[in-house]
Every structure is written in structure tokens, then in C-alpha cells.
Design a protein. Structure first.
Ligand code: GTP
Ligand code: MG
Length: 369
């Protein structure tokens, strides 16, 4: 059943909780601000205090966001979203860097990917969106999120190191997300490189590459020597063609927060992968339990753009708070709706936290007795 604490009810009526408690006392009920009451009682109290009640069920609130369907007649091809995964130091960022021909690796602290970067490149006039993930063991959640927001996983395996723990973990993330894998056997330029060892290593984890009689495309590459990068891109485009990826660019946008941080000068900055629809300046968005009005959109080249089409990674400025990586972002009708959804989600999060703390206290008390 729907419930609310006395304190929360008082807050929402802009009344003092002590007045609510007094009222309840007059009705013969002794309660404290933290006590939880049922919706029916809350409604009664609210009307006694002269408020009109509108119950907001979860389904109502959430429906306000995802009320738009893709228009089948408007569907258009969209670029594939490719996540680069693999064990730490196997060359994910270097590979992406070589593909972009810019220098991301040298800009990172110690050459270790600190966060997910997202970029778009063009091959034969076709766009490909790449998401980089860190290989370090601590970033399991990021790899899982990367796999979920993605169409194709490029599994980078260093030919001098072969299959390692985060290689296996990446395979599992891709498989559980139902995402096809393309294997990039990297560092093929190195003296100790052994591509066939990589292939047999993958075999043990049920990744069957073509030369082993399977269907998984594999390409031997060298990020540093720029070897076979075009072959890798072609394999990606081939795989993408099989997937026949489409989105409706005319509907309101939905996407996924890849990363977000509070920037001193610019305020909250969310890197968002637009997955369907077109995100525009001025759109009112909700992401997780934060909302905002899109003030500026900045593409992966640092340019200001007016709108972002499906599969575009873009920095979104104008959020009121900083959403979390992995949050869904969606455009909503107006500011009122956005606030309502954000408030509702913040309240749910608070209540969950309270319940969790209470649970922990309970178990602590049990431990102590
Ligand atoms: P994390 O993000 O920390 O998981 O690492 P990563 O997979 O992004 O690896 P990164 O691109 O940072 O490369 C790790 C090291 O391998 C760097 O010193 C690169 O110069 C080197 N490296 C990457 N690709 C190649 C390659 O094709 N050949 C050789 N010889 N070295 C490479
Ligand atoms: Mg990296």
C-alpha cells in the first residue's frame, strides 16, 4: 500500500509536523513525525488542512516520461554504438585513439582510463559511436553499463598477454546484455605476440571466432602502428548492417547518462548517449532524480551543437543537479512534470535509504542481543 511519513506529508503541505501531530491527537491518535501512515489517512489529513490531494502513483509519474512510442514510419538508420572492452592495459584507449587519430591516452593520468569517454568517427561516410571503458578490476559496473548502452562490443585482447580476468568479465557482460562481440587482437606488433593463443583462449570462454569455425569476427590490429584499423571498422559496419539499427529521430529524445560531473564553471555536466529521438537545446529533461532545461549541447569535438540525433554522444549542460552514470535521460513535457518526477524519485530514494538504514540497525541490534 502507498504510505508516507508524517514529516513528509507536513513538508508537502507546507505545514508544521507538530500541527499535523496535534490534529491526529485530537482524533485520538498518538504519533511522531517519523511515523508512517497510509495514503487514505494522509488524504484525510490533507483535506482537513485545506489541501486538494492528488495521489501520484509510481506508474503515473513514470508514464509521464516514456509516453512516446517510436513512429514505425519515421524509423531511420542510426549509427552503431560500440563499446570497447577488455582487460586493463590491453590497449582499448590506444585503439580508439588511433581510430580517432587524436591523443586521448597522453591526456589521461598515468594512461589509465578514469572514466568512460564517448566519441563518434566516420568511415566510408558512415558514422560509428564508440564508448571507451576502463579495464581496471574496480570498474565492473562501468563495463556492465557500457554493455547495456551498446549495440556491439569490441573485445580488445593483447596478443602478448592473451585472455585475462577482465577479458572474461567483459565477455560475460556482453553476453548477458545480448550484444554481439567483435574481437580486436591488439599489440600484434609486439615480439611476444601470439594471436592463435588468444583465439584458443577465447574458445574456452565460448567465443568462437571465424577461423575457429565460429561466427565472431576477429581482426588482428596494432593500435600503436595503426595496423588493420580499417579492417576493424569494416567489421563493425558489417556487424551493424546485420543488426539493422533504427531509431525515430523525430520523437522526443531518450538516452543514457554515460558519465556526469559537477564542473566548477559550467555546473552539472552530463555526457549522454542519445538513443532515440533528437535532443534539442531548450528541452526539459529528467535523468535519474535530477532534471534540467538543456542550455547547451557540446559534441565530442568540443563544438556547440543545436541538436543531437540518435546514437550521438553529447555533453548536456543545464541540469539542476548531477545525475549518475547509468541513469536514463528522457525529455518531458514541461518543467512542472520534470520537477514532479525528480521530486518523486528523490523521495523514493530517500525512503529506500531510510528503510535500508533501519534494516541495518535492526540487524545490528540482533547481533548485539
Ligand atoms: P585501461 O584503460 O587502463 O584499461 O588501459 P587500456 O586498455 O585503455 O590501454 P592503453 O590504451 O592505455 O594502453 C596500455 C599500454 O599499451 C600503453 O603503454 C600503450 O602504448 C600500449 N599499447 C597499446 N596498444 C599497443 C599496440 O598495438 N602495440 C604496442 N606495442 N603497444 C600498445
Ligand atoms: Mg583505457
Amino acid at each position: 500500500p502507498e504510505t508516507i511519513s508524517i514529516q513528509e506529508l507536513a513538508n508537502r503541505m507546507s505545514e508544521r509536523s507538530v500541527d499535523v501531530i496535534k490534529f491526529l491527537m485530537q482524533q485520538g491518535q498518538m504519533m511522531k513525525p517519523g511515523d508512517i501512515i497510509e495514503a487514505d489517512l494522509a488524504e484525510l489529513i490533507a483535506s482537513e488542512f485545506g489541501h486538494t490531494v492528488r495521489r501520484v502513483a509510481e506508474s503515473d509519474v513514470e508514464e509521464g516520461i516514456f509516453n512516446v512510442e517510436d513512429n514505425v514510419e519515421k524509423l531511420q538508420s542510426r549509427p552503431p554504438v560500440v563499446t570497447i572492452m577488455g582487460h586493463v592495459d590491453h590497449g582499448k584507449t590506444s585503439l580508439l585513439d588511433a581510430i580517432r587519430k587524436t591523443s586521448v591516452v597522453s591526456g589521461e593520468s598515468g594512461g589509465i582510463t578514469q572514466h568512460i569517454g564517448a566519441y563518434q568517427v566516420e568511415q566510408d561516410g558512415q558514422k560509428i559511436t564508440f564508448i571507451d571503458t576502463p579495464g581496471h578490476a574496480a570498474f565492473t559496473a562501468m563495463r556492465a553499463r557500457g554493455a547495456e548502452a551498446t549495440d556491439i562490443a569490441v573485445l580488445v585482447v593483447a596478443a602478448d598477454d592473451s585472455v585475462m580476468p577482465q577479458t572474461i568479465e567483459s565477455i560475460n557482460h556482453a553476453k548477458s546484455a545480448g550484444v554481439p562481440i567483435i574481437v580486436a587482437i591488439n599489440k600484434i606488433d609486439k615480439p611476444g605476440a601470439d594471436a592463435s593463443k588468444v583465439r584458443t583462449g577465447l574458445l574456452q570462454h565460448e567465443v568462437f571466432v571465424e577461423s575457429m569455425g565460429g561466427e565472431v569476427l576477429d581482426v588482428e590490429v596494432s593500435a600503436t602502428k595503426g595496423l588493420n584499423l580499417d579492417k576493424l571498422l569494416e567489421a563493425i559496419l558489417l556487424q551493424a548492417e546485420l543488426l539493422d539499427l533504427k531509431a525515430d529521430p523525430e520523437r522526443t529524445a531518450e538516452g543514457s547518462v554515460i558519465e556526469a560531473q559537477l564542473d566548477k564553471g559550467r555546473g552539472p555536466v552530463a555526457t549522454v548517449l542519445v538513443q532515440t529521438g533528437t535532443l534539442k537545446i531548450g528541452d526539459i529533461v529528467v535523468a535519474g532524480d535530477e532534471w534540467g532545461r538543456v542550455r547547451a549541447l557540446i559534441n565530442d569535438k568540443g563544438e556547440q551543437i543545436k541538436e543531437a540525433a540518435p546514437s550521438t554522444p553529447v555533453e548536456v549542460l543545464g541540469m539542476q543537479g548531477t545525475p549518475l552514470a547509468g541513469d536514463r535521460m528522457a525529455v518531458v513535457e514541461n518543467e512542472g512534470k520534470a520537477r514532479e518526477i525528480a521530486d518523486y524519485r528523490q523521495r523514493v530514494a530517500r525512503e529506500k535509504q531510510v528503510a535500508k538504514n533501519a534494516g541495518q540497525r535492526g540487524s545490528l541490534e540482533q547481533m548485539m542481543s
